[in-house]
Design a protein around this ligand. Structure first.
Ligand code: SF4
Ligand code: SF4
Length: 225
């Protein structure tokens, strides 16, 4: 798997296999979620959760995004995305990202944060490789009880919300971790572990310009740990 579109990525074979496993598990979980209840299937197109939210994602999620954009998008389109990400980071800044993260999802952004991967037609340019939070936001709940619902799905559930079994975010994370531990060798797990650290999509794009060899420099920061 060439993650850089020709440039040497210097990624270990174990990490590449780990990414394949990760994506297979996330795809299967996402498919199972949508098969469990038709009301959980997002309308197409819909970018309602791609504008006000600032998702924190793992380095592994972003590795998948890098693979996708190098394989599917032209250099010109990728450069436009990087410009949008840099403009957003300049406007929003690290402090705002951390403030929203600390607010536990209840913080109101100071500015309109539009994901740099959204195109002019409100389509996600990395849809098939979209990060894990993008797949489960809007139709799940947190273990502590609070709903992780968007207005569209909440409206569909209406008064049935209290009686509807919503998938639990933390259970998805645990199932993902268990599946990786089951399917990867100890050496592959060692390669993947540093990529479990997180950052935001705009910061990752703006600082790596989709060069996967730079991911750990962003995700490895202790201020995001
Ligand atoms: S989670 Fe909600 S806002 Fe996001 S794409 Fe699905 S329906 Fe739209
Ligand atoms: S990566 Fe795609 S799905 Fe996720 S927030 Fe950005 S545009 Fe939306």
């Amino acid at each position: 798997m060439d993650l850089t579109g020709g440039r040497s990525a210097n990624l270990s074979p174990g990490l590449v296999r780990a990414l394949d496993q990760f994506r297979a598990v996330v795809d299967a979980q996402s498919d199972a979620l949508e098969a469990s209840d038709a009301r959980f299937v997002c309308p197409i197109p819909c970018s309602g959760c791609c504008t006000p939210n600032l998702f924190f994602i793992t380095g592994l999620d972003f590795l998948g995004v890098c693979h996708h954009v190098h394989r599917s998008l032209s250099e010109e389109v990728r450069a436009d995305i990087v410009l949008r990400a840099r403009a957003l980071v300049a406007e929003c800044g690290l402090e705002e990202a951390l403030r929203l993260d600390g607010a536990g999802g209840d913080g109101e952004p100071n500015i309109v944060q539009r994901c740099p991967l959204l195109d002019a037609s409100e389509r996600c340019l990395a849809y098939v490789a979209r990060p894990t939070p993008c797949r489960f936001f809007g139709r799940s709940r947190f273990q502590a009880g609070e709903a992780n619902l968007c207005a569209i799905i909440a409206g569909r559930l209406g008064s049935e919300l209290a009686h509807t079994a919503l998938p639990v975010v933390e259970q998805y994370s645990r199932a993902l971790a268990d599946a990786l531990a089951r399917n990867l060798t100890a050496e592959e797990m060692e390669a993947v572990e540093p990529f479990i650290a997180v950052s935001t999509l705009p910061i990752l794009i703006s600082e790596t310009a989709f060069d996967p060899t730079l991911i750990l420099e962003v995700c490895g920061r202790t201020d995001f740990a």
